[in-house]
Design a protein around this ligand. Structure first.
Ligand code: HEC
Ligand SMILES: [Cu+2]
Length: 361
């Protein structure tokens, strides 16, 4: 985990420090350590996927730990580099030096003990601090009010199932905001339908691998309402980069309303009956489910409430009539390599089916 965390820090640094910030960085660095920590908090905290701006318990404890690791490593760097610099300058070659070799010292218990014992102590501290965070995160008592969501990774989209609520949705995860005085964390039970994926919403928690034939679990407890972004963090194929994660932390009222909407069977608007016929008479039904119809496919995302989502194709593009039509016409318009074939519908059918799907709130 500590290795993982270091990777996270490095990745976060690389991902969140665009070049435009380089000059500000230099400026802050000149103001010394305080400037640097301000820089980290302000500049890196601005990115919506910054590991330096945690908004939930697991992410916050991981952030604390990574700051400790960073501080210890920075101290070691300063001490070692300082001693090296001192030695290089103080004992540099001078014209007055003789060419004779200086006396060679073989074996020094003091020196050898110090460079064995000190690193061992540092490793023990890092190990204990990391183990403590792993245990407090994994063994945290699970409150009764906790929500359970099953997360299934697919090439290149996310399936979310709420077994107790009878809800199935895709790509946009809704969870209740968790009030620290009355926590309602969301427990994720995760597996994969095909290959390895990794669920990572940096502001909420660490990464969790999503692996076929294995069930992994994690929990999140966003304490502010809002949208939290993430990304599949394990290379899983051609469109891995467009396997985005959107977690909506809803207020209790919003969440209750969302549940109610999702529990309704899909709308059967009379105005869209032509598009429904196109949908039901094409291969769409083999891959997609629309509740209350004959479409029970599970290879692709559940479309029963497609129009209640803000994006399509796992966060690749915003949902609107134009994007939806272009996607159904040929998914490669946005996601070359997506596992939905271009269905070669006529323009007329394409318009009708797009209109139908836009009614599925
Ligand atoms: C062979 C299976 C297959 C068929 C047939 C198929 N799809 Fe898909 N569809 C998928 C997959 C897989 C995805 C997920 C693509 C991604 O995001 O990577 C998808 C995604 C979608 C999405 C975006 C859903 C979302 O929540 O982002 C829509 C809309 C959609 N399909 C509509 C249709 C329509 C309409 C038809 C019929 C004309 C159809 N599909 C036929 C497999 C299929
Ligand atoms: Cu993936």
């Amino acid at each position: 985990m500590s290795l993982c965390m270091n990777q996270a820090v490095v990745k976060g640094l690389m991902a969140c420090a665009p070049l435009a910030h380089a000059s500000q960085f230099a400026q802050s660095a000149r103001h010394g350590a305080l400037g640097l920590s301000n820089f980290l908090a302000l500049q890196l905290g601005q990115s919506s996927t910054s590991i330096f701006a945690p908004e939930g318990t697991p992410a916050r404890s991981i952030f604390g730990l990574s700051m400790l690791v960073l501080a210890i490593c920075a101290t070691i760097f300063v001490v070692v580099a300082g001693l090296l610099l001192f030695t290089v300058i103080r004992y540099r070659h001078r014209p007055s030096d003789s060419d004779r070799e200086p006396p060679q010292i073989y074996g020094s218990n003091q020196v050898e003990l110090s460079w064995t014992v000190i690193p061992v102590l540092i490793i023990v501290v890092l190990f204990l601090a990391t183990a403590r965070i792993i245990f407090t995160t994994q063994q945290a008592p699970r409150p009764k009010a906790a929500l359970n969501v099953v997360v299934i990774g697919h090439q290149y989209w996310w399936e979310y199932r709420y077994p107790k609520l009878g809800i199935v949705t895709a790509n946009e995860l809704h969870v209740p905001v968790s009030d620290p005085s009355n926590p309602t964390p969301t427990y994720l039970t995760m597996s994969s339908a095909d290959t390895d994926h990794s669920f990572w919403v940096p502001v909420l928690a660490g990464k969790m691998d999503v692996i076929p034939n294995k069930i992994n679990t994690m929990w999140i407890d966003p304490d502010k309402p809002g949208l939290y972004l993430g990304q599949c963090a394990q290379y899983c194929g051609a469109q891995h980069a467009k396997m985005l994660i959107r977690v909506y932390a809803d207020t209790p009222a919003e969440f209750a309303a969302w549940i109610k909407d999702q529990q309704h069977p899909a709308l059967q608007a009379a105005s869209a009956s032509e598009g429904r016929t196109v949908f039901l008479s094409n291969a769409c039904v083999n891959c997609h489910t629309v509740s209350g119809t004959a479409a029970h496919g599970t290879f692709g995302p559940d479309l029963s409430h497609l129009a209640s989502r803000a994006t399509i194709a796992s966060g690749a593009v915003p949902l609107n009539q134009q994007n939806l039509r272009a996607f159904i016409d040929d998914p490669a318009n946005f996601k070359p390599g997506a596992l939905m074939p271009a269905m070669h519908l006529s323009n007329h059918d394409l318009d009708a089916v797009t209109q139908y799907l836009m009614t599925l709130r």
